[in-house]
Design a protein around this ligand. Structure first.
Ligand code: NDP
Length: 237
């Protein structure tokens, strides 16, 4: 019997990176896991075969499809909103549609998915969004739009924690710092500069973020709500 046996978990954006580690963590602990992805069908199918989780193709930017996918899962115990994109660079060169798509995925989707999940969620459920230390700190140029989306998540977390607290549902953000993934590879061009901002100068492993997510989803975290759990190697210190 695993730590999450009998628990129903939905991870939005689970095919790669941090989301994939979260899917593995919950599946290993006995949960009934489903996860969404947008583009990476092969990676999603491989993860489903490996873990027994169900892979569902739903673009988080498609609001109505996202709401339908969350509703279809019925009464969840845990929703993890991990799907996110990072548009980083000179804002004067950005295509406005690219920025707006990031806002759709990083802000609108977490809000609509969280509310839809809460409609049917079991009492004592957990809503967890993957924010970023950049919701608190922006020590480099080029991150204004991305940081804005992660700060917006913080207000959502505070507010929904109050909206659903009477049902024992907790709402929290996990805020990673530089984490090795396709979005931010430990050997990528941004990595040396990112390490300089950290007190412990190594990239975080996706498994470490997944472990913190499991803790916040677990029975010992019933009184952690409306909070931001930062795992950043001291990036924001
Ligand atoms: P990756 O780019 O490595 O993986 C992103 C995952 O999200 C993929 O599974 C991807 O699916 C999914 N996804 C992206 N867009 C959509 C969409 N529109 N609809 C459904 N799924 C989608 O990113 P990371 O693992 O690095 O990041 C995960 C989260 O962590 C993000 O919210 C990010 O902002 C946050 N974060 C990451 C940090 C880092 O240093 N890596 C630091 C701080 C926060 P598909 O494969 O189909 O594209």
């Amino acid at each position: 019997m695993g730590e999450f046996t009998g628990r129903k978990v939905l991870v939005l954006g689970g095919s790669r990176g941090i989301g994939k580690a979260i899917v593995r963590r919950f599946a290993k602990a006995g949960a009934e896991v489903a996860f969404t992805y947008a583009a990476s069908k092969d990676a999603a199918d491989a993860l489903a075969a490996e873990t027994g989780a169900e892979a569902i193709q739903t673009d988080s930017a498609d609001r109505d499809a996202l709401i339908a996918t969350v509703a279809d899962r019925g009464a969840l115990d845990v929703l993890v909103v991990n799907a996110g994109t990072g548009v980083i660079g000179d804002p004067l060169t950005f295509d406005p549609d690219t920025v707006d798509r990031m806002i759709d995925i990083n802000v609108r989707a977490p809000y609509h998915a969280s509310v839809e999940a809460a409609r049917r969620m079991n009492d004592g459920g957990r809503i967890i969004v993957i924010g970023s230390v950049n919701g608190d700190r922006m020590p480099f140029a080029g991150g204004a739009a991305y940081g804005m989306t992660k700060s917006a998540m913080q207000s959502m977390v505070r507010g929904l924690a109050r909206d659903f607290g009477h049902r024992g549902i907790t709402v929290n953000a996990i805020q990673p710092g530089p984490t090795d993934s396709d979005m931010n590879p430990a050997d990528g061009p941004m990595a040396p500069a990112m390490r300089e901002f950290m007190a412990i100068k190594r990239y975080i492993h996706a498994d470490e973020v997944a472990e913190l997510t499991a803790y916040v989803a677990g029975p010992h975290a019933a009184m952690i709500t409306g909070s931001f759990q930062t795992i950043d190697g001291g990036f924001g210190a």
